[in-house]
Design a protein around this ligand. Structure first.
Ligand code: UDP
Length: 314
């Protein structure tokens, strides 16, 4: 974004949203308004901006209608519970923010003539049978399993975004975000990065679910935010994967955390949650060719920075 832009970030006090806010302000945005219900986000994530005149925060649940004064150039919809534990607990909130919340967000973009960017997810691909996952893959999603409240809300949101583009002329972008990690993740959100780091720092055993052979591909948050901004500035209307193709088993990821934390706590095995995808790796050909984007931060570097943050939190 340039100095001339006024931006609204929905979910702006969340993990990814708050990093996006920081980068927008660092890039010289005229004004950034973060809106967040704070059900999984936290005001602590934007507390360092309290004296920033170009920033404001509004506590609001976007499943309720809302308006924003003045000109808006970009609307980023990052609002949703996103960890498996959170969306299982906050199932109705998750379904409502993907449906009603996204509709309200799109209506705002329409009214303001703003570019709208939707944070979608690799969960669109479910437990994928195509590997790595290209944007053209329709996915292997269980519509009634425990992950469905999140997966189907996000799939509905993608459909709604494309319909607002086709029927109402809204300029839309869709980013499919793969596993991302970094500072400001919630320690107890159940996801593997804060779980392992928290366990390592507390001197507890690392809990690997299943046999640990399932794979994920972890992207550092600054790389993700860079991809999101490149997409927002582009003209690309179809979904674009943004993630790190560096695929690892969860077991080798646990070993990476041990290595970076210099703590070799034992690994203990726990039951695999129902519906846990067996493999996940983005094909980032579209991001590379359309956006000139690829991740830059190596896992050990990103983990060291994340560990530093969690040392102050645990
Ligand atoms: N996982 C694990 N131990 C934990 C938390 C998660 O082994 O304490 C595994 C989980 O079963 C999954 C992977 O790590 O295979 C990533 O889980 P996460 O909840 O971070 O995100 P997901 O990619 O499943 O949405």
């Amino acid at each position: 974004m340039t100095h001339a832009h006024r931006v609204v970030v929905l979910g702006g006090a969340g993990f990814v949203g708050s990093h996006l806010v920081d980068r927008l302000l660092a890039d010289g945005a005229e004004h950034v308004l973060a809106i967040d219900s704070l059900i999984t986000g936290s005001e602590r994530n934007v507390a360092h901006l309290a004296k920033e005149p170009r920033f404001s925060f509004r506590k609001h649940d976007i499943t309720q209608p809302f308006d924003v004064d003045g000109r808006v150039d970009f609307v980023f919809n990052m609002a949703s519970p996103a960890s498996p534990i959170d969306y299982a607990e906050l199932w109705l909130e998750t379904m409502r923010v993907g449906s009603l919340g996204t509709e309200h967000a799109l209506s705002l973009a329409q009214a303001k003539g703003a570019v709208f960017l939707q944070a979608s997810t690799s969960e669109i691909y479910g437990d994928p049978l195509e590997h790595p996952q290209r944007e053209t893959y329709f996915g292997n999603v269980d519509a009634t399993g425990p992950r469905a409240v999140y997966d189907e809300a996000k799939r509905y949101a993608e459909a709604l975004v494309q319909a607002f583009r086709r029927k109402r002329g809204v300029k839309t972008r869709i980013v499919r975000i793969f596993n991302t990690y970094g500072p400001r993740m919630r320690l107890n959100d159940g996801r593997v990065v804060p779980a392992f780091i928290g366990q390592a720092l507390r001197g507890e055993d690392l809990t690997v679910f299943g046999d640990g052979k399932q794979t994920r591909s972890f992207c550092y948050v600054s790389d993700l935010v860079d991809g999101i901004l490149r997409l927002a500035r582009s003209q690309e209307q179809d979904p674009v994967n943004v993630g790190n193709p560096d695929e690892r088993t969860i077991l080798s990821f646990a070993e990476a955390v041990q290595r970076v934390a210099k703590l070799t706590r034992p690994i203990v095995y726990k039951p695999l949650p129902q519906g846990d995808p067996k493999q996940r790796r983005p094909d980032i050909t579209r991001a590379r060719t359309l956006l000139g984007w690829e991740p830059k931060v190596a896992l050990d570097t990103g983990l060291a920075q994340t560990l530093e943050y969690f040392r102050g939190v645990v």
